[in-house]
Design a protein around this ligand. Structure first.
Ligand SMILES: Nc1ncnc2c1ncn2[C@@H]1O[C@H](COP(=O)(O)OP(=O)(O)OP(=O)(O)O)[C@@H](O)[C@H]1O
Ligand SMILES: [Mg+2]
Length: 305
């Protein structure tokens, strides 16, 4: 057995020292890495650390679910390990697989030391391809594990993830059991394309991230769009907010708000008038019907803007 693996005797890895002192420290810390969280987000991150539980983050597209995990990694000086989920993702891509090509070459190059030696050799660390989950478990440095868009995998894969998240250990028949040294922070994101299993939900803290309120979106724009004036950021946030209140096929996300704000800055716009807004609406909205609806709304006089 190689050094990186060890036979385990008992249970769960120990929770390390707390990463955050208070909920406010999470919020301020995240702001320091340009992620503006509200009370809800900060308190779930705080609790996830204290209770050593994964966080299941749901909410509309482009509201900062993925970015939250990245920002927590940055804030805590942890390595971010991301498992991007997709339909058909299986154990060999999530956990580990053997490097068959390399094993084959080794077998072909065998100088006749006998099968037993050969077998030991080709099922050793050198021939193992660690995928994100195994990487996260055996990482000697602190890790934030991001399991992104978990709703895209099949139920069996979800069950596998669940098993790992409840034990933080991986058993490799040929090598032994690899056990996490500490409990990583884990974020699972979902776009809600299907219901996740009750078992998974039970295991996680739940966080719903919705569109930010006006004030927070303005602040996000100011943090993420260099060179924008407070007045323009405010106007962008207000217009996006009023557009979101329309009945649209696809409401603009925070990332689209940011793209729009960047566009306006590039175009040298200082205050948005109806004509400019209409000309650039395709950055914010991706359906023709939505653009037409928003154009009508924007050309109507509105004291709120
Ligand atoms: N609270 C926030 N603070 C700072 N930036 C934010 C915040 N929320 C969103 N953003 C910005 O919006 C962008 C999109 O966020 P992200 O990719 O995390 O969305 P998502 O919720 O994962 O979307 P999807 O469901 O499409 O994967 C980020 O790159 C970031 O620039
Ligand atoms: Mg995402």
């Amino acid at each position: 057995m190689s050094e990186a693996t060890e036979e385990i005797t008992s249970g769960f890895p120990e929770a390390g020292p707390p990463r955050f002192d208070t909920i406010a420290a999470v919020k301020d810390g995240l702001a320091g890495v340009n992620y503006l969280a509200d009370e809800g987000i900060s308190s779930v991150v705080f609790l996830a650390d204290r209770l050593a539980k994964p966080v299941l983050v749901e909410g509309p597209a482009g509201t900062g679910k993925t970015e939250l995990a990245k920002s927590v990694a940055r804030l805590t000086g942890s390595r971010l390990i991301r498992l991007q989920c997709y339909e058909g993702l299986d154990e060999s891509k999530a956990l580990y697989e053997w490097n068959y090509k390399k094993q084959l070459l080794r077998i072909q190059a065998d100088a006749g030391q006998g099968w037993q030696k050969l077998e030991e050799d080709i099922f050793s660390e050198d021939f193992l391809l660690a995928r994100p989950l195994l990487e996260a478990i055996r990482s000697p440095e602190p890790v934030v594990l991001l399991i992104d868009e978990i709703d895209r995998v099949e139920l069996e894969t979800e069950a596998l993830l669940l098993e790992i998240l409840s034990e933080y250990q991986v058993s490799i028949p040929e090598l032994g059991t690899v056990r996490a040294q500490g409990i990583p922070m884990v974020f699972l994101t979902s776009n809600n394309t299907r219901e996740l299993s009750e078992a998974l939900k039970r295991r996680c803290l739940y966080l719903h991230i919705d569109y930010p309120d006006l004030e927070r979106e303005r602040a996000i724009i100011e943090t993420r769009v260099p060179g924008i004036s407070t007045a323009l950021a405010d106007q962008v946030a207000r217009i996006v907010r009023s557009i979101r209140s329309l009945e649209l096929k696809k409401a603009p996300s925070v990332s689209e708000t940011l793209d729009w704000a960047r566009t306006l800055v590039v175009l040298g716009v200082e205050t948005i008038d109806a004509a400019q807004a209409t000309e650039t609406l395709h950055i914010l909205l991706k359906y023709r019907a939505d653009i037409e609806k928003a154009t009508r709304e924007l050309s109507a006089p509105n004291p709120a803007r």
